[in-house]
Design a protein around this ligand. Sequence first.
Ligand code: ADP
Ligand code: MG
Length: 692
Amino acid sequence: MAAPKALDGLPVTALKGVGERVRQLLDKLHLHSVQDLLFHLPLRYEDRSYLTPIGGLQTGVHAQVEGRVELSEVTAKGRRALVCRVADGSGLLNLRFFHFTAAQMGKLSRGARVRCYGEPREGYYGLEMVHPDWQVLAEGEDHPLGHTLTPIYPLTEGLHQKSLRRLIEQALDLALNSSGLVDLLPPELLAQQGLPSLPEALRQLHRPPARATLASLKTAQQRLAFEELLAHHLSLSRLRSRARLRRAPALDLPAREAQRFRASLPFPLTAAQTRVIAEILADLATEHPMMRLVQGDVGSGKTVVAAHAALAALASGCQVAVMAPTELLAEQHHRSFSQWLNPLGVEVAFLAGKHKGAVRRGVLEEIAHGSAGVIVGTHALFQETVEFRRLGLIVIDEQHRFGVHQRLALREKGARDGRYPHQLIMTATPIPRTLAMLGYADLDVSVIDELPPGRTPVKTTVLPATRRPDIIARIADWVRSGRQVYWVCTLIEESELLQCEAAEKAAVALAEALPNVRCALIHGRMKPAEKDAVMSAFKAGESDLLVATTVIEVGVDVPNAGLMVIENPERLGLAQLHQLRGRVGRGPGDSHCVLMYQPPLSASAQSRLATLRETGDGFVIAERDLELRGPGELMGVRQTGQVQFRVADLLRDGAMLERVKSSAETLLDENPERVQLLLRRWLAQGEQYVEV
Ligand code: ADP
Ligand code: MG
């Protein structure tokens, strides 16, 4: 089906005007092939197909005008600028240029006929346009207006709008005039979905007629988004169905043992926990590897659910690997699992980076020998030469730190004699429904939608930094009553060093202001062993106030710490703030979170903080986060390795997913040969999940 000059294989350098410098610039925008250029869509359009009489200009409304330069001078009043007065018989307009060359001055001299496009605004001497797009029209020649809207593309520094536009023009000509771009969606499917063909959609988007309606542009965009979502859906569902074909050891938890375990717990399970445990046990009992995601808000009690799964594995003679994103958290799991399972005669091993030499060899031996039933650690568990005797289950906590690919690599690694371990993934990051449908299409999802009883919701207050003295007084009271406090310092995430310095400073200042309070400090640049020591001391009640950076975001449980002050919360995203706040409200008694911001707040920061004050519901917060930030950032590359889209936007296009799903089935039935081509077109090479 692929034509000889397929545009996906044609490098951008095949186009006129692309030398090494431009190629590098395009590279930054991830535009490597001619096809990539075609899928690089405009941010917006400008209508330069008509002229507006100067007398009819409105401030703030972009417009195109044409007139004669009556006066051109460099003014020294205020900021030095070249000002040209242009008249068209209906009114006067000043063009103002703060940056200009002698050549420009020469062209824009008195008497020249100019056409320009820009945003008029009220200046000191009447209407003006600052740095409009302009051209001088040669006398005696015809200068017809365009018939199409002018697309404005996303750029990168050093690349000009006009150059990129010209390249995309060339790419479009190639696409429309050759057979290099194949429409992978069959006409019947397009007709059924009311979507245009690929060439039509591309023409509409890059070269829309001047009279194009918003609706027609939107339909064209949907055409591409639909195809992209379809590709992602197909790839993930393929992944899933292949996983279904794999074999796994069937794990069974005898009812008697389950009962014995429950009776040993200091609390009854919630209904939600019981339901999710049943879902997991049903999966484990089959001979195919479970791939299940357990979603539960912070504090919903995911660990004990995982312990049930572990018991099933142990009862069937298999080992369990429990993987946490940080050593601190791994240690906490080690403690929980030991506490619960040691009485049942299960040995729980802990493999940390800090274990070296003989200790490490000892642990590795226990794992290889099989005397360790449960092995807790960080992802180092799978990077190193750890040999399991018979691994039946992998539990991954706080999944948002691992991507699809790491997950798969893990499963491969645990395979033995054609049997693959089951996977249970736990996350506190609530995943909005649309994302769950797509980004996690290779997983089954269980939700713990209930908190253990007796938890009071965290009361959240939003205060400006000017109230710091009051907040400090409140900390003193709080500590006097025997409870503990977190003080979280935030800074732009990129700068860990600055963040640590800020925390160090805050710790010194707080220790000074609160002489009767035992202060401790924890930050990301401390060695794991130091961090662990500080955290364990805090947990043991040996310090009252823990000044921390966002390193405490994930999972550590100190029920007696019921007050958290977050400094400069406006710098963080909603999901992260929610996660941080989840550190309090884990014990009896009321709990509080004070968001101490630096005024003035931007509108979006205001809206984030208000959301936190109003709700503690992780799902509401996730939906709101998606609205405010968009899925790209929410499931950011750095964070997850989750899907990134070129055209689709789950917030805008999420409603299409149902239709995408049914079309995927039709396509698989009727045109299976196109599936591979779709994946190749839309997914990055490592994401095609083809050979899995
Ligand atoms: P998360 O879902 O955030 O990982 P954890 O598993 O750490 O939550 O549980 C938080 C706390 O709640 C722990 O101290 C745990 O022992 C406790 N817990 C779990 N389930 C229940 C329950 N059903 N009733 C009371 N406390 C519970
Ligand atoms: Mg947890």
